[in-house]
Design a protein. Structure first.
Length: 249
């Protein structure tokens, strides 16, 4: 089925990197009663499952309240699911090509559309930190935000990647008594609309076409022949060129 063709365009990896870059510069500012900024914290971002991040947070010493205030807030994200999106399907015979030499070009056929679901988690010690992160994220999605992804650099294939914010939920958990650790978790669910391309193939550049014309369905009586070549004969698809036609038997 796959004819021994091994390929890897790093599509998911490129999308995840683009997604992470969007959220790696968020900052939380804490103020005193007079409204003066007393602390500014950049919110760290990591690719990690929620349970793994919670385990790391819970491993901190409970008595060190100052340390907990520095550790939180922080964020993590993870891929949840892949789902085929038939509404964006295009003809399989559509192809993209890029000239690699005077005699050949690389080509890839139409892609397969998939929706990638990603959860972004924001962990906060208090509600105000969580709300600051919320208000920095939500206005950018109405309901989507587009980033350009270089799908196959060698073919120059780029697409806008819509990132859609589907929902936002949060949970406020206490562990133990009221003096114990409190972790507020905000969950942002996104959909990334990706395209996955198959293997690239090498093909020759067509500079000559021959058409034989027949007068009957059995192809017994040929009445004409058209022979068309490019002028110049070594023209590339990106060049300006004419056609030279030699027709007649």
């Amino acid at each position: 089925m796959f004819d021994g063709k091994t390929f890897y365009h790093q599509t998911t990896r490129r999308a995840i990197i683009a997604f992470g870059v969007m959220f790696n510069n968020l900052e939380v500012r804490r103020r005193d009663a007079a409204g003066n900024v007393i602390q500014s914290l950049r919110v760290p971002l990591a690719y990690a499952a929620k349970n793994k991040m919670l385990a790391r947070i819970q491993a901190l010493p409970n008595a060190d309240e100052a340390r907990k205030q520095v550790i939180l807030p922080r964020m993590s994200f993870e891929v949840i699911s892949f789902e085929y999106d038939g509404a964006r399907k295009i003809n399989n015979m559509n192809s993209y090509a890029n000239v690699t030499s005077q005699t050949s070009a690389n080509r890839v056929y139409g892609p397969t559309p998939y929706n990638l679901t990603v959860n972004l988690y924001a962990y906060a010690k208090n509600q105000d930190d969580g709300l600051q992160i919320f208000e920095q994220i939500v206005p950018a999605f109405n309901p989507d935000f587009n980033v350009t992804v270089n799908y196959i650099p060698e073919l120059g294939i780029k697409h806008d990647l819509p990132i859609i914010l589907n929902s936002v939920t949060f949970q406020d958990d206490f562990e133990g008594d009221l003096e114990g650790r409190r972790t507020i978790i905000w969950t942002y669910t996104f959909t990334l609309k990706l395209y996955y391309y198959g293997p690239t193939e090498s093909q020759g550049i067509i500079r000559k076409a021959i058409a034989n014309v027949f007068n009957d369905p059995n192809l017994d009586q040929q009445i004409d022949k058209y022979d068309v070549t490019t002028d110049p004969t070594d023209a590339l698809p990106s060049d300006t060129f004419d056609y030279v036609q030699d027709n007649g038997l």
